[in-house]
Design a protein around this ligand. Structure first.
Ligand code: PXG
Length: 290
């Protein structure tokens, strides 16, 4: 496996970053997770754009342009000869001293890893997922905005630890005010009266690329979509529920906190969007091997 490290391709064993990197010391940096489907990098430009938006939000100036990073990402897939997989693009603040001050870090580190992907077992997509709500609240946008895909994922990891203890693969995180925000690494949707509803981003959720696709696919099908705040009551009483994410794709949720959602099986609209999504990923994306 070859890793892109600041403009060079190095073997995995040699791909090393200083312990003084503020990504390591403080979680100071940003990242993206991107899928490779069928020799194409899915929504590559959208991911790189979001990465640059995250970097902008933390006042980190990437040492290369969006176009250069798009090319570097494609090249990383190429040198590893992948046709399917998962890409991690990371820009950390870079090496500094032991203080917080990012001004001491003049050279951000850029890493691109292209690897195989680990996905949920097929049963989860057939029968649906059981999830719980966790006690830890999603970061307040007023403290650390969840719109930023930063290297500081402790909020999500604390939630994941609670999910692990409950023996479920994902979990709902609420906003400080008790509205449904998102899952630990996925966005959330409910379906009510044939309408798709997802929380607005200001409640504290990542502007998910898959979330956006789900909305677009629904609109193409003539299914109305809404962004509005909702509580757990609305989840428990929804007709359908599903999660969206680059790794998870669209995954049906059939039970939340011991309450069956709808009939307790993947919903009609969920199944329709899953099918549309699978067709969509086959055709969309930046060709790796031209
Ligand atoms: N919310 C959060 C907090 C995420 O981290 C999503 C939503 C979905 O966004 P996209 O753009 O992928 O549709 C994410 C991204 C993992 C893992 O290993 C998952 C993500 C990020 C990092 C790791 O499960 N999901």
């Amino acid at each position: 496996m070859l890793i892109y490290l600041n403009g060079k391709f190095v073997p995995k064993e040699e791909a090393k970053i200083s312990v003084f990197d503020h990504g390591f010391l403080y979680g100071d940096g940003v990242f993206e997770g991107i899928r490779i489907y069928n020799r194409r990098v899915f929504k590559l430009r959208e991911h790189i754009k979001r990465l640059f938006d995250s970097a902008k939000a933390i006042a980190l100036q990437p040492p290369l342009t969006e176009e250069e990073l798009v090319e570097a990402t494609l090249e990383t897939v190429r040198v590893n000869n992948l046709t399917e997989g998962y890409i991690r693009v990371v820009i950390s603040r870079g090496e500094g001293d032991l203080g917080l001050d990012p001004r001491k870090c003049p050279n951000p580190n850029v890493v691109i890893i292209a690897d195989r992907i680990e996905i949920y077992p097929p049963e989860v997509y057939k029968r649906g997922m059981k999830i719980v709500t966790v006690s830890v609240r999603r970061n307040s946008p007023q403290a650390l905005n969840p719109n930023i895909k930063s290297l500081n994922y402790l909020n999500n990891i604390l939630a994941k630890i609670e999910a692990n203890r409950a023996n479920v693969p994902e979990a709902i995180m609420l906003s400080i005010d008790g509205y449904v925000a998102e899952a630990t690494g996925d966005n959330i949707f409910i379906v009510k009266n044939k309408t798709l509803i997802t929380p607005p981003l200001y409640l504290g959720a990542l502007p998910g690329i898959t979330r956006q696709i789900a909305k677009e696919l629904a609109e193409k099908r003539g299914i109305p979509t809404e962004e509005k705040p909702f509580t757990l009551y609305e989840v428990y009483t929804a007709d359908e529920c599903f999660l969206t994410g680059t790794a998870a794709e669209i995954v049906p949720v059939v039970e939340v906190d011991g309450r069956k959602i709808g009939k307790g099986v993947p919903g009609e609209i969920t199944l329709l969007l899953m099918e549309d999504f699978h067709n969509y990923v086959k055709q969309e994306g930046e060709e790796v091997y031209k």
